[in-house]
Structures are given as C-alpha cells and as structure tokens.
Write a protein that binds this ligand. Structure first.
Ligand code: HAM
Length: 425
C-alpha cells in the first residue's frame, strides 16, 4: 500500500469543515482590518530563504526541501529551488518585485501549505498550513509605527476570541535593531565562552554560530546557566525602548493582556524590535499557535528599498487542533437538508427536482432509481439528511411528493412549489 509521505497527512471530512470554518472567520476578521489576500508560489529560489530567513537558522540549515531544477532552458538549468518553509520571505520578494511600496502601506495575508523537514510529532508536520499576515510599506506610510504592532496583536486577540479560543497567552519581547543585536550577540558569546562546554550539544553549536538561539533552549539542565546570561533589554537604545513602550501602552489601552518574556528570540533571523508568540496550554510541547514580529531590514537584505514591516503566521494545524477540543467538526458540518429517492425510471425527474431545490440553496443528496426504498432510507440516514423525498411515477403525475422527516417519522404530501419552503422549515 502506498501511504502519504512521513510528516504529511490527509485532512479528511468532517475535519475539513472545521478548517473551512476557521478560514471563513479569519477572512471576516482580516477584512475588518482592511487586509487583502496575496498568493505567492509554494516554491521559490533557495537563495531567497538563505538571505531572508538566515543561513544559520535551523530552518535553512537543516529543514528545507531543496532540489536542483532539471529544466533544459539555459535560464532554468542548475537553479536551486526550495519548497517555502514560511511565507514572509516570498511576500517581501513579491513586494519588491511588483513595487508594492508605490501603493503606500500594504496589509496582506495568505493561507497555504509550508514545508519543513522536522521530526514529526503531535502538532509538528513536514507539510503544515499557515495563515500569514503582513503589514509592510515605506517608512513614510507609517509601517514603522508601534501603532501597527499593536494593531496586529489586537487583531490576533480578536480572532482567537471570535473562534472561541480564549485561554491563550501573548508573550512579548523586543529583540532590538540589528545593530543592537550585534552587540547583544557579542555579549552572549563572551558570557557563553567559559560555560558552553556544560551546555547541550545544540547550544554548544549555537554559542558559536548564533548565540541568541541559546535563549530558546528547552533542555532543563541548561536553564541555570541560561538564566545568568545577559538580556536584550540591557542593549536596547532609546528609540527601541520607546517603540516597545508604545506598543505596550496601546495594548493596555485596548485591553489586550500580554506577558513580557525577555528570552523570546524566535527562530528566524529577520526579526527586529517587537517579537511575539501566542501559546496555548492544551497543545503540549509544540505550544505556539502562532508567532511573528517586526522585520524592518528584510526588504533591504533581499535587495529591495527600505520597507519596515510586521507580521505573523498562525499554525493552522495547531489552531484547528485547539479548536477541535471545544468544537467537534461534526457541529460545523452542514448535513443534507433532503435526500431524494427516485423510484423506478425516475432518475431524470429526480435530477430536475434536485436542481430546483439546490437553486433554492438547499443541500441535496441524490439517490438512484436502482436503489430499493429500504436502501434509500439507509443512505439518507447515513448521510444525516433531515428529510427524504420520494419521487415515484404517481408523485410526478400529481406534481406532489411524499416528504418524510427522518428524525420524527412524520410524513406529509407536498406540492412541488412548496417543497423548498417546507424543507427549510
Ligand atoms: P514560525 O514561528 O516559524 O514563524 O511559524 C509560525 C507558526 O507556524 C508556529 O507558531 C507554529 O504554529 C506553526 N508551525 C511552524 N512549524 C510547524 C510545523 N512543522 N508543523 C506545524 N506547525 C508549524 C514564521 O513562519 C514567520 N514567517 C512568521 C512571521 C510572519 N513573522 C513575521 N511575519
């Protein structure tokens, strides 16, 4: 038997109804904040992620699905391509390529699959889905303002509340400008030098390549040493400090709770200043429902104009998983309103009726004249239909049909013209 590749999965009905429900609510909420949809390719040049996300990150150094293009055209030959591990780099690439800065401030979102070769476990897949949103534009459009950071965070709080996920925690930090981070990284390197041999293997490597990431270590034995390390807050300059204070001030004013976590560093290199995660206890080890932050230098790192930005990505798999505990998929599935059971030689008449009722926005399941009545009833019950509608020769002649409520057993005779209304109830 051929199975889906490791770390990928099929999302089946009725679960798909829950996914659609989430996406419908997301689109409604995003609309209220004037976000518009963007779609970018699911594969891009490998260089985009190397330069955008950062060579030293786990994502780029070990988790990407990368291949060399075998195209015969000179322009394709030997081109290294990668399935997108995240959406931000591609959106910023599109921003640069199509000069979206000319439009002023852009509020963009996209929903789609991302790919990372991680060790699969609950809530962690090799193909997973993100709901990603970005605010990006020239500084003159206000893209750098702490008002944008707060707006994005308030929107997320609203979205989660609307979905009925209320017991989340917003963890907030400022990771400083890139200049501040250079100083911080140097200080960490110095502080780690005498201690690093006592840390886990990953941290020993990070202490050299990307000391910031040591702060993200979850190994219990490493924590006493990590707790003594310098914190980014000691390295923020006046402007960064003010920016972070404004974000907090607005969040308090609009009533969005948050917790400062000065060890929150995030796993991608483009972040500057505000960085955040929303966590949820029920998720276990992979408890981040979403993460994001500011990336004021990313456009320039990709060869574009200055274009400060802030955004986030929700792990849709994790969001749906959290939601499923309270809202079983069955409760959001729309079951058939009616199952039409054609008697012998009545397939065409039944199809006509189905067409009429579907045009009146009813969900119609259509049977087959070869089914015996008993089998039709079984099929209608299995599909969860509210009514069964019998279409026999006599009914067609009289233009009046037998309609039976499958829950109550009540059966009535209904003229064709009244059917839709009667079924709708
Ligand atoms: P990220 O933290 O790498 O950020 O991913 C965001 C979210 O995607 C995570 O919080 C998690 O819910 C979900 N996620 C990540 N990896 C997996 C996986 N293997 N399986 C299931 N879910 C996963 C980013 O990707 C940034 N691009 C977010 C961003 C947008 N920052 C600014 N703009």
């Amino acid at each position: 038997m051929i199975k889906a590749p490791r770390g990928t999965r099929d999302i089946l009905p009725p679960d798909t109804a829950l996914w659609n429900h989430v996406e419908t609510v997301v689109r409604e909420v995003f609309r209220a904040y004037n976000f518009q949809e963007i779609r970018t390719p699911i594969f891009e040049s490998t260089e985009l992620f190397a330069r955008g996300v950062g060579e030293e990150t786990d994502i780029v150094s070990k988790e990407m699905f990368t291949w060399e293009d075998r195209g015969r055209a000179e322009s394709d030959k030997g081109q290294s391509l990668t399935l997108r591990p995240e959406a931000t780099a591609g959106i910023v690439r599109a921003y640069i390529e199509h000069k979206l800065g000319d439009r002023g401030l852009n509020k963009l979102f996209c929903i789609g699959p991302m790919f990372r070769r991680e060790r699969p476990q609950k809530g962690r897949y090799r193909q997973f889905y993100q709901i990603d949103a970005e605010i990006i534009g020239p500084a003159a459009s206000g893209s750098e303002s702490p008002a944008r950071d707060a707006e994005v965070l308030e929107m997320l709080a609203t979205l989660l509340d609307r979905l009925g996920i209320t017991d989340w925690t917003l963890e907030l930090n400022s990771v400083g400008s890139s200049a501040e981070r250079v100083k911080f990284n140097d200080a960490l390197r110095i502080a780690l030098e005498p201690e690093k041999d006592k840390l886990c293997g990953d941290c020993q490597r990070r202490a050299v390549t990307n000391p910031l990431r040591v702060l993200d270590c979850k190994v219990p034995e490493d924590q006493p040493i990590i707790n003594t390390l310098p914190r980014i807050s000691q390295f923020l300059d006046e402007d960064s400090r003010k920016h972070f204070a404004s974000v907090q001030e607005i969040l308090k004013a609009v009533g969005v709770d948050f917790k400062i976590n000065d060890r929150l560093v995030r796993g991608l290199d483009y972040y500057t200043r505000t960085a955040f995660e929303f966590t949820h206890g029920a998720l276990g080890a992979q408890n981040a429902i979403l993460g994001g932050g500011r990336y004021d230098g990313l456009s320039e790192a990709l060869g574009g104009p200055p274009a400060p930005g802030i955004g986030f990505a929700i792990g849709e798999d994790r969001l749906v998983m959290t939601l499923a505990e309270k809202t079983p998929a069955e409760t959001v599935v729309r079951k058939p309103d009616v199952y039409i059971a054609p008697m012998a030689a009545m397939n065409a008449e039944a199809a006509r009726l189905a067409r009429e009722l579907r045009r009146r926005d009813l969900v119609v399941d259509l049977g087959d004249e070869n089914f015996r009545l008993k089998k039709s009833f079984e099929a209608a019950t299995k599909a969860g239909a509210k009514y069964i509608l019998i279409v026999g020769e006599n009914e067609v002649k009289a233009d009046t049909f037998a309609l039976k409520n499958l829950a109550t057993g009540e059966q009535v005779s209904v003229p064709r013209a009244d059917l839709a209304q009667k079924i709708r109830g």
